[in-house]
Design a protein around this ligand. Structure first.
Ligand SMILES: C[S@@+](CC[C@H](N)C(=O)[O-])C[C@H]1O[C@@H](n2cnc3c(N)ncnc32)[C@H](O)[C@@H]1O
Length: 265
């Protein structure tokens, strides 16, 4: 993993935060629809700056987050304490490939393509097995991910620029896909951030590469079976169901995949 973005949690938090209330309501509806027990304990792999962990805890769930970045973990720990949520949330250092919890969670949630940081099939299989180990039978794993188009060419390079401002800090972020490697299922992204921080009297810019898995729906279906998951449903960004037999590709944008840990036969 590359250096800067995930080692500057305050700036990440500002650049990537948005009102999460719609998403939280959607998760709570999914819990009711796809599990048959009361939702209490949620695992948040790669929780970053606690962007979603805090609202989930405020909603009333007990949330455990983990992240590979020490800075993100320290920042989120601080946020939990400041929010007075230490009785409802905790955060630890952990790697998606290996983090396993003895405690049995009711659900796990992994957002904004973060699972894309796992590139090889082996790492992905290990991740699904680890999540399955940490979930109770009948629990669900919600993964937000955008799948690629099979005919993706290197001419198609969507990029996205936005500005976020808070408390005298202004950040312009550009997320740009430089190239796709279809054969090796990799996506070469560049993240460019321009930071103007009046509070700290700092202005700087960085550009860093983020190499990620190029996900195809068929791979997702196959690899997510590890650990006994079945794909129960897919939703789009408007929280509308997408039929499981439809053509799942990049044109649909980021999608929420609902995986359920089934009872062993
Ligand atoms: C795009 S951010 C998402 C953070 C959070 N899930 C959110 O929704 O804001 C990606 C996060 O994944 C973490 N990360 C990357 N690879 C990881 C790994 N192998 N295990 C755990 N965390 C990882 C990074 O440190 C970063 O905090």
């Amino acid at each position: 993993m590359e250096k800067k973005l995930y080692h500057l949690p305050g700036y990440y938090d500002l650049a990537f935060s948005y009102d999460a209330s719609g998403e939280i309501n959607f998760f709570s509806e999914c819990f009711k629809r796809y599990t048959d027990f009361e939702m209490r304990r949620i695992l948040k792999p790669a929780c970053g700056s606690g962007r979603l962990l805090i609202p989930l805890a405020q909603f009333g769930y007990y949330v455990v987050g983990y992240d590979i970045s020490e800075e993100m973990v320290a920042y989120t720990r601080d946020k939990i304490a400041v929010a007075g949520l230490s009785h409802r949330a905790e955060v630890v250092l952990g790697d998606m490939r290996t983090a396993r919890f003895k405690d049995t969670f009711d659900a796990a949630i992994n957002l904004i393509n973060t699972i894309g940081y796992l590139i090889s099939d082996e790492d992905i299989l290990n991740h699904f097995r680890a999540i399955s180990y940490s979930l109770r039978t009948g629990g669900i794993y919600i993964v937000e991910l955008s799948c690629a188009n099979e005919k993706l060419s290197n001419e198609e390079r969507p990029d996205d620029t936005w500005i976020a401002e808070r408390d005298g800090i202004k950040i312009q972020t550009t997320w740009h896909t430089e190239r796709y490697d279809l054969a090796n299922k990799r996506k070469y992204n560049l993240c460019k951030m321009k930071i103007e921080d009046e509070k700290e009297n700092r202005r700087f810019m960085f550009i860093e590469p983020h190499i990620m898995r190029l996900w195809f729906f068929e791979d997702f279906k196959l690899l997510s079976r590890a650990g006994g998951f079945t794909l129960r449903a897919i939703y789009n960004q408007n929280f509308e169901p997408v039929p499981l037999n439809s053509h799942i590709c990049g044109d649909l944008g980021n999608l929420y995949f609902i995986l359920k840990k089934e009872a062993e036969a």
